[in-house]
Design a protein around this ligand. Structure first.
Ligand code: DX5
Ligand code: ZN
Length: 222
């Protein structure tokens, strides 16, 4: 099962309901990047604004929290109507407790790692997560180049998920995913793909989502 999640980071922030409608036919989820200008050098939304976007969206929302003190923010966002909330390992003091608190709301709990963080750190939490996000750029901005050197982490994660029977856990990549790179990530074992500029800079965003999905399907090992 392949999931394509357009990121609205570089869409028109003044008209997000319509920007979301442009991909509603073909996308699975909308990826919402929440940045606090502390954990990353960029700011997007506070909780109230994020909540408005979540409430008005035609598609389910996948929240990616790039904020400090995720122990507090994670459960707060989980109480919204988002279908998933992903916290960063690097921004969380008590990872197990925070993931459990997110799940308690019936929300999918995600754990993300930045490019310089080893995949080994997620191993103790595999049974507590519904999404494992391997960042393929340094978080903070859209439009950066895909870091192919993250693929060994994706492949390792895929083999752990497979050998432990976690077949419902999504393996997500985020950053620089495009027509040129999605097959590389899919081949390594990713099944859930965030794509910002590739989708919203395309003349027809909905068609681009279909194209990305087909490329990912063709390259997926299963
Ligand atoms: C980066 C964000 C990404 C971003 C991806 O920190 O987490 O979700 O929107 O944008 P592209 O696809 O343009 O790299
Ligand atoms: Zn993101």
């Amino acid at each position: 099962m392949i999931r394509i999640c357009p990121s609205i980071l570089n869409a028109n922030f003044d008209d997000l309901p319509n920007e979301i409608l442009r991909v509603a036919k073909s996308a699975d989820l909308i990826h919402l990047d929440v940045m606090d200008n502390i954990f990353v050098p960029n700011f997007t939304f506070d909780f109230d604004r994020a909540n408005e976007i979540i409430e008005s969206s035609a598609l389910p929302i996948d929240v990616h929290l790039m904020v400090e003190k995720a122990d507090l923010a994670g459960p707060k966002y989980a109480a919204s109507a988002a279908v998933s909330v992903t916290i960063h390992f690097e921004a969380t003091e008590n990872v197990a407790k925070t993931l459990a608190a997110i799940r308690e709301n019936g929300t999918r709990a995600g754990l993300a790692i930045k490019p310089n963080t080893s995949i080994e750190v997620v191993k103790p939490f595999l049974h507590l997560i519904d999404i494992l996000l391997v960042m393929t750029v340094e978080p903070g901005f859209g439009g950066q180049s895909f870091m192919k050197e993250m693929m060994p982490k994706v492949a390792t994660a895929r083999s752990w998920l497979r050998s432990n029977g976690f077949s419902d856990t999504w393996l997500q990549v985020d950053g620089g995913v495009s027509e040129d790179t999605i097959a590389i990530a899919s081949e390594a074992g990713a099944d859930t793909f965030v794509a910002g500029s590739a989708v919203y800079k395309a003349p027809n965003p909905a068609d681009m989502v279909l194209k990305l999905r087909n490329l990912a399907k063709d390259a997926h090992p299963s």
